[in-house]
Design a protein around this ligand. Sequence first.
Ligand code: 6PG
Length: 475
Amino acid sequence: MSKSQFGMVGLGTMGRNFLLNVADSGFSCVGYDLDAEKRNLLLEEGKDWDISAAEDPSDLVSKLAAPRTIMLLVPAGKVVDAVIEDLLTHLEKGDLIIDGGNSHFTDTERREAYLAAKGFGFLGVGVSGGEEGARLGPSIMPGGSREYYARVAPIFEAVAAKVDGEPCVAYMGSGSAGHFVKMVHNGIEYAMMQLIAEAYNLLRNAESAGGLDGSEGVDLKVADIFADWNKGKLNSFLIEITATVLKKIDGETGKPLVEMILDTAGQKGTGKWTSQAAMDLGIPIPTIDSAVSMRQISAQKALRVELARRYASGRSINNSQFIINNLHNALYAAFIVAYAQGLSLLQAASEEKNYGLNLDEIAKIWRGGCIIRSAMLEDIRSAFSADRALPNLLLDPKFAGEIGANIPAFRAVVEQFISAGIPAMCFSSALAYIDAFSSERLPANLTQAQRDYFGAHTYQRIDKDGIFHTQEWES
Ligand code: 6PG
């Protein structure tokens, strides 16, 4: 029996579908999972292709042609290390392990160094697109050694989503670049999802105030608004699925399913990691931070219920057409800010960690397959191909013009949120981000004066060079 070209450990939803995609693209494959049911499912679903299942790690390795390429799609964390150890005893120098999960970039750095010292290759690869993406075309963000990447590039290029014939995969950079880029992708994903949730909340309130009775009517109307928005500048996967999700009726109650879902959002940690990394690098990403905070606040349901009794007052809202018109433009501007924050973090990380990231390339491979894909990414790509070192997307002439044109709507919408008492952590932080970065003069002079007062931290002056300290602040 001839040996396989590509191996997979972890045959859960992502691993199995990714492997089926590889097989469907013409490569011979072998998969391994501890769970026999998952192995059987792979064989059943993959019966039309060159796919086999391995009984254990040694069987997996023996079924692969050398030098071997084995991808792991297992839960991030200790499982990845355990699987690597299981494989190591059977591998030969020059074999390549690929971690396709959402691993923390520092784990990726540690694993690459560990495996390199033993003569093995290791790539940390971000894979986005969920189950459907894995099967039909994900966006793939590979990082690590370029030589090892070259070995797997033909497979990744074949399985990745395609936009205008271009595969949504490109070598991101050295070391942990792939997992860092995927982490920031998820941070942007958090921000976009929270912005959409806030827009939905405002629209629901506006539609209810507009006289629509019952939650069903409201949700279907809001779904139509999102579906309409998806035909224009906001065209994106997340807007599209929002319209779809809002239309789903619960079979048991006959109500929109979304109304029956408990309002506490989970998180696996990648959004939080993005905020932590940004803090470490000194890069402000307040809209992503706000999205993480909102998931945390949503999880504190008991406290919210208690506080709602004490604080909730009449939150009325009207003028729904005004809101719908402005909200579209405000959401568009806020999406720009979410991308701008994530990309500015990537610029800084690339410098700090010598990743050698190409932001135009990143925007290119995010145009298809991944969760944050959107029509806007084509313009983002153009912005970074015109100026690869662009420190912030807000500086790009086209986006600066778009933001400028949409600012009045943005302010009107944030005013609506605030006056109605509807939480808008992400909308307001996105607007404040624009306002802060476009303030030639910020009140940081006062902050410096206070720091000097209580801690002799010194300050600089606007009228002469040097470092100053005022001994006697009390005049
Ligand atoms: C993707 C998703 C994927 C996953 C997130 C969910 O790009 O395909 O981002 O990686 O759905 O990890 O993250 P949370 O559980 O933190 O929302």
